[in-house]
Design a protein around this ligand. Structure first.
Ligand SMILES: NC(=O)c1ccc[n+]([C@@H]2O[C@H](COP(=O)([O-])OP(=O)(O)OC[C@H]3O[C@@H](n4cnc5c(N)ncnc54)[C@H](O)[C@@H]3O)[C@@H](O)[C@H]2O)c1
Length: 404
């Protein structure tokens, strides 16, 4: 391969599609991942994650010589950091992967290079990394371009959204912002909005916190309506007839690796100020616990009414409808909690989007709906909407699948 122009640190759900997109534009990308299996797979022109159209993009990029993977970086002009930013301890953001990736590229940096973090990061991370770089390479101080540009793609539609979504780009100074904008302009059709690094970092966290708070409002309504004997879905549909009201739908909690995670990056740094954001996390977590308790109560009611133990169908494990992703899934949490409380009842666990699971024995959704006495809807998968349930079933619909 020619000397790479771009080094991509991290070849996961975001880094690999981004690397493929850049390579598709005839730009040489040196992709780096600490996982040798990932490197081997990509260099064979294959992919290790599920994402539509990514397989072809990677195969072409590797075949055309524009994408090559390795376990360590090389000299280039632009360095993108797209590594995980998980939790540690009590919901504290862990930026050690960003730090490690930065340390790996540090010795390679030269004057006029562009360094961009895309990983979802606590406010101040880009400045912190700038401090780290300049402490080790003082001769480069003020001579690099350093920026933050968060990613907001939807898994399942990444290859389209990478190109067409608007992006927020914030440099540590004006020149860095301009340089980063010029870089992304080569690959992205969406609008590129300029700001500073701190605002761009906060923007990503706020987007997901905003969704979390709005869902918490809907979930809180569902708890109130349950006590008040009101159908929450009918209520929300009616309230949304107001021209300036738009309440989201309640569910069995909030999951996934973004909305259920990113708000903690704000709460942990601004605990006194982020009252609603913190409370929203609590409400959405509590909703899952409440659903599990409701199942427990329904079991007891059934036993009193029928003089025998019920069979229970748990419908859905994914963190949202029509996907196979169980990360941080509230439905999975509820299923686990319900099974922990099992007392010789029969359980049918359903997830139509996966074939098998290492913990749960899965049952086809039609069989579970037929055999279960209590049908617990946790995820509004499209398959469940087609079910014709017998009248004698006890139904707990936590996701409004029957109200569509
Ligand atoms: N997946 C999404 O939908 C999504 C959306 C928006 C933002 N993000 C953010 O993007 C970032 C990356 O997420 P992802 O989903 O791609 O993660 P991922 O876990 O799929 O991929 C990260 C990759 O980085 C590699 N890695 C770890 N440390 C490394 C290092 N020091 N050097 C090189 N490679 C290293 C890992 O082996 C892994 O393959 C995270 O901050 C995430 O919050 C993700």
């Amino acid at each position: 391969m020619n000397k790479p122009e771009v080094v991509m640190m991290g070849l996961g759900y975001i880094g690999l599609p981004t690397a493929a997109l850049i390579a598709q534009n005839n730009t040489h990308v040196h992709g780096v991942d600490i996982n040798p299996k990932v490197v081997e797979t990509i260099n064979a022109g294959k992919i290790h994650i599920i994402e539509p159209e990514l397989d072809l993009a990677v195969a072409n990029a590797v075949k055309g010589g524009f994408l090559k993977a390795a376990i360590s970086p090389k000299k280039a002009n632009t360095y993108l950091i797209v590594v995980p930013t998980p939790f540690k301890g009590k919901n504290e953001p862990d930026i050690s992967f960003v730090e490690a990736a930065t340390k790996a590229v540090l010795p390679l940096l030269k004057e006029n290079d562009l360094y961009i973090i895309e990983s979802t990061s606590p406010v101040g991370t880009t400045e912190k990394m700038m401090g780290l770089i300049y402490s080790q390479r003082p001769e480069l101080e003020g001579k690099l371009f350093i920026a933050y540009c968060p990613e907001r793609v939807l898994p399942g539609n990444v290859m389209y959204e990478l190109v067409h979504n608007d992006r927020v780009i914030g440099g540590v100074n004006q020149a860095s912002t301009e340089k980063a904008v010029a870089f992304y302009k080569r690959f992205i059709k969406g609008e590129l909005h300029k700001t500073n690094a701190r605002t761009a970092e906060m923007c990503k966290l706020v987007e997901n916190s905003s969704r979390d708070v709005q869902i918490a409002f809907a979930n809180e309504l569902s708890l109130i309506c349950d006590k008040a004997d009101i159908n929450v879905w009918e209520l929300i549909a009616l309230a949304n007839k107001h021209p300036r009201v738009n309440i989201l739908q309640p569910g069995c909690g909030v999951g996934g690796h973004c909305i259920a995670v990113d708000p903690y990056f704000i709460v942990s740094d601004y605990p006194m100020e982020s009252q609603i954001i913190g409370k929203a996390r609590e409400i959405n977590n509590y909703k899952s616990f409440w659903c599990a308790e409701k199942v427990q109560t329904a079991k007891l009611q059934f036993e009193i009414q029928h003089g025998r133990k019920p069979s229970i169908a748990i419908m859905g494990l994914a963190f949202k409808p029509n996907i196979d992703d169980l990360r941080e899934s509230p439905a999975k949490y509820i299923a686990q909690k319900v099974l922990q409380n099992a007392n010789n009842e029969e359980y049918f666990i359903v997830e139509p989007n996966i074939h098998e699971h290492k913990v749960f024995k899965l049952t086809p959704y039609q069989d579970a709906a037929e055999k279960g006495d209590i049908i617990v809807f946790l995820v509004a998968h499209k398959e469940f909407k087609t079910l014709k349930l017998k009248k004698d079933k006890m139904v707990l619909d936590f996701c409004g699948v029957l109200n569509d």
